[in-house]
Write a protein that binds this ligand. Sequence first.
Ligand SMILES: *[C@@H]1O[C@H](CO)[C@@H](O)[C@H](O)[C@H]1NC(C)=O
Ligand SMILES: *[C@@H]1O[C@H](CO)[C@@H](O)[C@H](O)[C@H]1NC(C)=O
Ligand SMILES: *[C@@H]1O[C@H](CO)[C@@H](O)[C@H](O)[C@H]1NC(C)=O
Length: 374
Amino acid sequence: SPFLDMAHRLISSANTSSARFAFIFTVSLSCTYLFYSILFCRSTIMTNQGYDGKRCPPSGSAAAGKKLLGKPEICASLEVRSALLETAAQKAPRDPVKAAVPTDNKYRNMSVAQKYGNKKLPNALIVGVKKGGTRAVLEFIRIHPDVRALGTEPHFFDRNYDRGLDWYRSLMPRTLDSQITLEKTPSYFVTREAPRRISSMSHETKLIVVVRNPVTRAISDYTQTLSKKPEIPTFEELAFKNRSLGIVDTSWNAIRIGMYILHLENWLQYFRPSQMHFVSGERLITDPAGEMGRVQDFLGLKRIITDKHFYFNRTKGFPCLKKPESSSQPRCLGKSKGRTHVQIDQEVIEQLQEFYRPFNIKFFEIVGHDFKWD
Ligand SMILES: *[C@@H]1O[C@H](CO)[C@@H](O)[C@H](O)[C@H]1NC(C)=O
Ligand SMILES: *[C@@H]1O[C@H](CO)[C@@H](O)[C@H](O)[C@H]1NC(C)=O
Ligand SMILES: *[C@@H]1O[C@H](CO)[C@@H](O)[C@H](O)[C@H]1NC(C)=O
């Protein structure tokens, strides 16, 4: 250091008070220089060379900011750093697959299931219906600690049956003995072979069907198709063979799916009515906790999912979860859920209501519940 050289020269040359002053002055200057050198070094380390070759996280939250102020050696402290990372992980929207930061008891228990549990064939299935609200029921029920659900639709009993039960089992999440394994594939309900195939897997399988006014269901179904294929004919053209005569085209899937009683008769050849539970798609929106209470009862689960898990999003017109399984952030269903339907002529709606009425009445009789779709 040039300052130290200079100081050395001063000491050896003179002994006067001015020289002494110069000496002290120089030494203090040197110290200042050294001090800033060290600081500069550290800040270089801080910005370029954090752990894992990453930069130090910026103070993303007030808590992190306080920690930064209180502990200048933030980057050197693994403990604080991991705390910061955890805060950042909680803030960022998380990929459900990568959400591995244990945040609460429930998550820790799930890790236990993933580590020590076994893959089992499902005890319960959400079998339908398309556009009834099956995704909502699945996302709501899986916050229960005794439920482990497959997030995707395996389509085993309709499209992939040839792959065999071992393949099917391999898709399932690991569960503890006390936990229920669940999957949902809405097309099962209208698949002719599904009831027989499911009962040959197990006679005791519990079946959940989310039903909704078949007219709104059909419109919702059409809206979804239209968003993917804008060139398709209008709803009216597809729904009727001859509209002036009021002849409905029952070969159109969007119409056929809503004739619930016809499909149900097929299921009742293989399952007892007590093995099937029907969720009202309408009440799932107005009273999610009530509907989920009955689902939990049906599955033999303690009522853990209650009012406090939901809030209503007025913009979306849909209930949202305050704290879903995989993150600490509130979550609503995807953009496509609860989307605005295409406008359908009121007269057409009334014609279809008329068409469905006898099917609905029969369905209510068999199920023992009036869903009030008039
Ligand atoms: C997690 O497991 C512990 C015991 O293993 C239990 O006491 C606790 O209630 C469980 N937590 C949840 C949320 O299930
Ligand atoms: C519908 O029925 C009416 C009366 O029978 C007939 O005149 C008309 O051509 C039919 N429309 C179509 C599209 O078949
Ligand atoms: C409500 O839904 C809208 C539209 O999907 C969304 O932008 C908004 O963030 C949601 N608000 C809350 C509080 O969930």
